[in-house]
Ligand binder design. Structure first.
Ligand code: NAD
Ligand code: GLY
Length: 376
């Protein structure tokens, strides 16, 4: 890990833009080194004025100053809102402190809220933007790989309930995403791996060619090779943009982006928020989804092996923590995909083909969880 904060915009680094096509709520995802500290790029998208800049203590210490300086040079005065760091703070109490700041600083309906941080900050600042004065403009500056490839795009915002992940939230699209890959230079290795879980997810759901690219390139990604990272972020954002444009409110296709998440959210809630990282829980959860898919005869055992290998190569956990089966079922029963008490799951009918279904043999789920719990 390199501890030096990003320098100002790398003038000649390639910058790519992926568009999220949502009619009057369309927006660009601008990807490249230095895009969040480049006043010209900011000025191209944001009007001069004030903006609330929501960040965490950890990310703020690294990037609040250079980002606020770039905003100032673009004519945007940043009002900083610094929150405690981590998943365990993604709750009502901390969200309320954001509203306290917005009131104190007299932020109005035209004051954009900018999220500078990982998925936790993005989800909380986004929910604040969705609800403050019934909705204000929102900008995402994601600083983790996970946030750059997934959470900053698509408009899902939320906080956790003690009994369930992301239970309280809203859809609120950003007007701009600045995915500055230079900010990843300071990301801890464990967080980089967690982000790779969501990258691998796109391949497993809908893009076997991407899987074929990922397998030999995971070492380059772990080594933070800039070209490999840029490719992974762009390809992931293309997938996310395509799915969100087709199904913004998760009526069907978008549910498949939840591969591994019903198991994963149960892990996160079950072990206590912040203990397993979201990406780690998604990795172990996706292996369970693959194992259940194989048990149902939908996926070859050799493909389950490949799923395990991919996550292991990305230095992610492939086995879940020990939890009694009743606890698994109870936690999974709170999932947002549950319909009429039936746990619907995203499973695989072959690699690259994810489906959401409640039509599976519950005994197969029990058997998969029993094996995971060491009772099989
Ligand atoms: P996170 O926001 O907790 O960030 C991880 C850690 O990395 C934090 O400690 C943070 O301070 C640190 N960090 C962030 N950027 C850094 C940088 N550039 N340099 C050094 N340290 C840095 O975790 P995350 O993995 O980014 O996000 C996980 C959250 O995202 C979960 O709450 C999950 O539910 C949510 N999520 C939301 C969506 C969505 O569509 N809204 C999608 C996926 C995940
Ligand atoms: N992270 C899943 C989604 O945005 O739908």
């Amino acid at each position: 890990m390199n501890a030096a904060p990003a320098s100002n915009a790398a003038a000649h680094a390639p910058v790519e833009t992926v568009q999220v096509a949502l009619e009057d709520r369309s927006y660009p995802i601008v990807i490249g080194r230095g895009v969040a500290t480049d006043p010209a790029r900011i000025a191209a998208h944001l009007k001069p004025g004030r903006a609330a800049l929501v960040t965490s203590e950890v990310v703020g210490a690294l990037y609040l100053e250079p980002v606020a300086a770039a905003l100032a040079a673009a004519g945007v005065e940043a009002v900083p809102v610094v929150l405690p760091d981590g998943e365990q703070h993604k709750n009502w109490q901390v969200l309320n402190t954001v509203f306290d700041h917005l009131i104190e600083q007299r932020c109005d309906r035209r004051t954009p809220i900018i999220a500078l941080g990982g998925g936790v900050i993005g989800d909380m600042a986004g929910f604040a933007a969705a609800t403050w004065q019934r909705g204000v403009p929102f900008v995402q500056i994601p600083t983790t790989l996970l946030a750059q490839v997934d959470s900053s795009v698509g408009g899902k915002t939320a906080i956790n309930h003690p009994q369930g992940k992301n239970m309280i939230g809203a859809f609120h699209q950003p007007m701009l995403v600045l995915a500055d890959t230079a900010l990843l230079d300071t990301l801890p290795d464990r967080e980089l791996s967690a982000g790779l879980a969501e990258v691998i997810k796109y391949g497993l759901i809908r893009d076997t060619a991407f899987l074929d690219w990922l397998e030999p390139n995971l070492p380059r990604l772990l080594a933070r090779d800039p070209a490999a990272l840029a490719h992974a972020v762009r390809r992931s954002c293309e997938h996310k943009a395509e799915v969100v444009a087709a199904d913004e409110r998760e009526a069907g296709l978008r549910e498949t982006l939840n591969l591994g998440h019903t198991f994963g959210h149960a892990i996160e809630t079950g072990v206590g928020y912040g203990s397993w990282l979201h990406g780690e829980a998604v990795a172990a959860g996706t292996v369970l989804a693959a194992e259940l898919s194989a048990r149902l005869g939908w996926l070859d055992e050799s493909d389950v092996g490949r799923v395990r290998r991919l996550f292991a190569l990305a230095r992610l956990p492939v086995d879940p923590p020990a939890m009694p089966i009743e606890r698994w079922i109870d936690l999974m029963g709170h999932d947002k995909k549950v319909r009429g008490g039936r746990i619907r799951l995203v499973l695989m009918q072959g690699l690259g083909r994810a489906v959401t279904t409640g039509d599976y043999d519950p005994a197969a789920l029990q058997a998969t969880l029993a094996l995971a719990a060491g009772h099989g």
